[in-house]
Ligand binder design. Structure first.
Ligand code: SF4
Length: 713
């Protein structure tokens, strides 16, 4: 490794992986990144995890796409005979940019003009910048003329956001991660922070060291459990039972913050009435946690000087994900643990820019800054701002779009063409056989990416884009910090910046866009987005970001340092109060039975990110975790006559994988955990596409499977 003193240049940016948003410096020599240093950013203070430190050389991987590609005639759009995507020569031919753009945009336009605006949809990406997200949703809304635009927030925290918007009036966090420093109790639920938000986990561990109590509540006990005061290994799918039991104790034992509830909450009586039937004694057999432990944790939470809740996809990825989050909102409200330092609600956002992409309007029911598309005032404002008529109905979400791609030909809402920028639904969607069939059935699929992903494999035209170190732009982290990354490299070959490609498609669909300036007009796009978001980031100018790199919002003026803790005086709801919403037990869509007796839990691991398209092409990360493994506990391995390292076949009603098994005694009895990063053992072949009715998020955390010894990985 070349020392950072010997490099040609150092370029400041942001880690491209998780939502923690660590600030970094790329060290570049001979037009290659040779190492990465952590900067003293507000979220990381110089720290980096293994992904941020070593996950950079994917940008130089020989499989980078460097020319536009058009599918050869007659090549089937499926995985029946697919090599590992990357060997694309048999399926695609090279094309010029002019030909590829004309084909990509021309056919989208034809489909829109022939079948109407409902025929098209677009997926943007939480891996792109805020500017790319903003421009992409604007293209769909004003060029496709529909609201069928979404991204992986739908697979991540959509249910959390639905509950937060309903309850506290804002989908973002109330307090920043490093505020755990001021907490006496840190309640981590449905999250594996040491793997998925590793630098955030360091703040939690430091807090534990100085005496804070960590409570880890999760069906699968992970590394942070080593630092916990109490671990609540509740039975998978019983979140509402357990959380309502905690609220029951708070109310029954007189631990309610009466003044806070009186002055700042509504609907408390309905909540009180609802949790009467959820005593710890009644819920203990359901959730598997002793009643006395539930009482002890509830008392500690209510009486702590500050108690903060941090949660992940273990809460959100259920058909009752919104209800799970409603319970968390209720817990902090009845105890008055919100609106002050060291307390509050923090849904740990997954992707590096899932917060920003959602803020920028990359969701089907909201314009930028969560202004509903069907709210007449917001609709009129954006029609005037963008100067075109807009669809007034919310569009379809990720999984709904897949269903609509397979709708009968006479369905007026059938999706026939899609533009996918930087997402990989052929790996990340639930029930992959269905999703891949849907993508392969489209009349026209345009995919813009840096590698021949599984989704690009199904495309009609593939547009080679830029990796994060090859562009300048902003991303917003889980802490509501808008952070600037600067271009360190040029894209390889004839690959282009995403912002350039989106504008080229827009122009060919008849939009008179002209964003002038360096880096494809990124500053002009940012300024327009800033106006569209009204007050939220009005104090964060492009010039200020050049100086400060990272600014927290809400930020109302150039002098405003930003507000790390919100809801101090009021909530941004219609009446300024938290709306408490009672929740009852709703079982998972697919429970284990005699035929499919195990529960499949999917998720991520430390070394690989999401569908693996970047990290599996990063040398160090791939060397650390080169192959897919499933995790089971020793008891289940023994019962099945298995040893760690054996091959098993995991089969659901929708698909199966053969995979090596490893021992992990944190995985509960009767369950198997599989990360979804590996194309050769794609976990989502087995997952269930059943949706939470409000957040429209699929149930990735629970479906029924068989586990059988043997198979061919
Ligand atoms: Fe990157 Fe997240 Fe690791 Fe920080 S914690 S270095 S943002 S992956």
């Amino acid at each position: 490794q070349i020392g950072s003193q010997q490099v040609d240049r150092k370029v400041d940016s942001v880690c491209p992986f998780c939502g923690v948003g660590c600030l970094i410096t790329y060290n570049v020599k001979d037009e290659k990144i040779v190492s990465v240093d952590g900067r003293d950013g507000p979220a990381n203070h110089g720290r980096l995890c293994v992904k941020g430190r070593f996950g950079f050389d994917y940008a130089h991987h020989p499989q980078r796409l460097t020319v536009p590609l058009i599918r050869k005639p007659g090549v089937p759009k499926d995985f029946s005979d697919a090599p590992r995507p990357g060997d694309w020569q048999d399926a695609f031919r090279e094309a010029s940019w002019e030909e590829a753009l004309a084909f990509a945009a021309g056919k989208l336009k034809d489909l829109r003009d022939t079948h109407g605006n409902k025929a098209l949809a677009g997926f943007g990406s939480a891996k792109g910048s805020n500017e790319e997200a903003y421009l992409f949703q604007k293209l769909v809304r004003t060029g496709f003329r529909s609201n069928n635009v979404d991204h992986c927030t739908r697979l991540c925290h959509a249910s959390s956001v639905a509950a937060l918007l309903e309850g506290v009036g804002s989908g973002a966090v109330s307090n920043q991660v490093n505020d755990v420093e001021h907490a006496e109790l840190i309640f981590v639920i449905g999250s594996n922070p040491t793997a998925n938000h590793p630098v955030a986990a360091t703040w939690m561990k430091n807090a534990a060291k100085r005496g804070a109590k960590i409570v880890l509540a999760d069906p699968r006990i992970t590394d942070i459990g080593r630092h916990a005061w109490r671990t609540l290994q509740f039975k998978a799918d019983t979140d509402v039972a357990m959380l309502n039991a905690l609220i029951h104790v708070v109310i029954e034992e007189g631990l309610v913050d009466e003044a806070f509830v009186r002055d700042r909450a509504s609907n408390f009586e309905a909540l009180r009435e609802n949790v009467k039937g959820y005593s710890p004694e009644a819920m203990a057999p359901i959730c598997g946690i002793p009643a006395e432990t539930l009482r002890e944790v509830a008392r500690a939470f209510a009486t702590a000087k500050g108690a903060m809740v941090l949660w992940g996809m273990g809460i959100s990825q259920h058909v009752h994900g919104t209800d799970n989050a409603r319970c968390l909102i209720a817990l902090v409200t009845v105890t008055g643990q919100i609106g002050k330092p060291g307390s509050g609600l923090h849904p740990l956002r997954g992707q590096n820019n899932v917060q920003g992409a959602s803020d920028a309007g990359l969701i089907p029911m909201m314009f930028p800054n969560y202004q509903r598309v069907d709210e007449p005032g917001a609709h009129a404002w954006f029609e005037n701002f963008w100067g075109v008529p807009l669809d007034e109905k919310p569009g379809y979400t990720v999984v709904e779009i897949m269903h609509k791609a397979l709708a009968p030909d006479d369905d007026p809402h059938k999706i026939r063409g899609m533009y996918i920028m930087g997402e990989n639904p052929a790996m990340s969607d639930p029930d992959l056989n269905h999703a891949r069939h849907a993508l392969g059935s489209l009349e026209h699929l345009v995919v813009q990416d840096i590698f021949m992903t599984e989704t690009a494999w199904l495309a009609d035209v593939v547009l080679p884009a830029s990796a994060w170190p090859e562009k300048t732009g902003t991303v917003s982290n889980t802490d509501r910090m808008v952070q600037l990354g600067k271009r360190a490299l040029n894209p390889p070959g004839d690959a282009k910046p995403d912002l350039w490609i989106v504008q080229q498609i827009a122009q060919r669909m008849g939009l008179p866009w002209n964003y002038e300036g360096e880096e494809c007009g990124v500053a002009a796009v940012y300024d327009e987005m800033r106006q569209a978001m009204h007050a939220a980031i009005s104090g964060i100018s492009w010039e200020r970001l050049q100086r400060e790199s990272s600014v927290t919002y809400p930020c109302l003026s150039e002098e405003d340092p930003g507000q790390p803790t919100v809801f101090i005086d009021t909530f941004p709801t219609a009446d300024g109060r938290v709306k408490l919403v009672p929740a009852d037990i709703i079982p998972a869509d697919e429970r284990p039975d005699a035929q499919y007796p195990f529960v499949l839990i999917t998720g991520r691991q430390l070394e690989h990110w999401h569908t693996g398209s970047m990290t599996r092409r990063a040398t160090v990360l791939d060397a650390l975790e080169p192959m897919a493994t499933a995790s089971m506990n020793q008891g289940d391995l023994d019962a099945l006559g298995l040893q760690a390292g054996d091959v098993i076949t995991i089969r659901s009603r929708r698909g199966e994988v053969a995979i090596h098994v490893r021992r992990d005694d944190g995985t509960p009895a009767g369950a198997v955990f599989v990360p979804f990063a590996y194309y050769e053992a794609a976990a989502n072949l087995m997952t269930n596409a059943a949706l939470d009715p409000m957040g429209k998020i699929p149930e990735f955390k629970y479906c029924a499977v068989q586990v059988l010894p043997g198979g061919a990985p």
